[in-house]
Design a protein around this ligand. Sequence first.
Ligand code: CAA
Length: 256
Amino acid sequence: MEYRILKIHIADRIAVVTISRPAALNALNSDFFNELNHFLDDLEPREDVKVLVITGEGKAFVAGADIAEMVHMNSEEGFNFSTKGQRTFDRLEQFGIPVIAAVNGYALGGGCELAMACDFRIASKLAKFGQPEMNLGMIPGYAATQRLSRLTGLGNALYLILTADTITADDALRIGLVQKVTEPEMLMEEVMKLATKIAGNGSQAVPTSKRIIRAGIAMNFQDASELEAVEFGKQFNHEATKEGMKAFLEKRKPDW
Ligand code: CAA
C-alpha cells in the first residue's frame, strides 16, 4: 500500500509512525484508519520490532476526528465512523508490543483518544490535551467517555468532557493523563531512549506484562492474579527467562 498520511520509519527494533497531514492538523479521516490498519497488519507478524511509537507532524499530534468528513454524515455513517475508530484504537491497545504516544502538540478529541489508546504518553511542554467535542455539539466517539475516566478518574473525565476545556501538558501530567513532559526539542530523543530501554528488556516478558495488565483491568482481582500466576509459570519454558536469571547470578548482562 502507498501511504499518503503515515510516514513510517523502522530501525533498531523500533517503529515510528508519524501522522502527516499537517494542513489539517493531522485530523483523523477514513484514509488514516485504513492506512493505520494496513500498517498494523504488516507489523503484527514481525518479530524484529519491539516497540511502536506514534507521533504527529507539525504543531499537532492530532487535532481530532476530521470535522470536514463528519459534517455530512447521517446517524448510520456516524455510528460506522465511531465504530471503525474504536476498533482501530482497541487494536492498538491490545497490540502485541508496547505503543508509546509521543505527543508533540495538540491532542484534542480523537487525538486525545488516540493517545489514550497507546500504552503511555510522553508529551512536549507545548502539547495541549482535551475533549472539545461539546464545542461542536457532540460527544466523543473514539471511547474517551470510557478511557479518560479509567486513566484519570471520574471527576477529571467528567470535567474535561463536560467543559470541553483544553489543558496543558503539565496539567495532563498532574492528572495522570501523561507520564512525562519534556522540552519540545527533547521529545523524540526522550521517547526513543524509553523505547530503546523497553525494546532491550526480556523479549517475551514485555508483551506478556502488557497483555496481563490490560486483561486484568477487565477482571476481578482474584482471577487477574490467577492469570498472572499462570503466565508466570509459562515463562519458565522460555530461554529468555532462564538467561535473564542466569546472567544475574553470573554477574553479566543477559544475552537476549
Ligand atoms: N478536523 C478537520 N480539520 C481540522 C481539524 C479537525 N478536527 N482541526 C483543525 N483543522 C483544520 C482547520 O480547519 C484548518 O484548516 P484550513 O487551514 O483549511 O482552514 C487547519 O486545520 C488549521 O487549523 P486552525 O486554523 O484552526 O489552527 P489554529 O492554530 O488557529 O487552531 C486548534 C488550532 C485550536 C486545534 C483548532 O484547529 C481546533 O479547535 N480544531 C478542532 C479541535 C476539535 O474540535 N477536535 C475534536 C474533533 S471531534 C472528534 O474528535 C470526535 C471524536 O471523538 C470521534
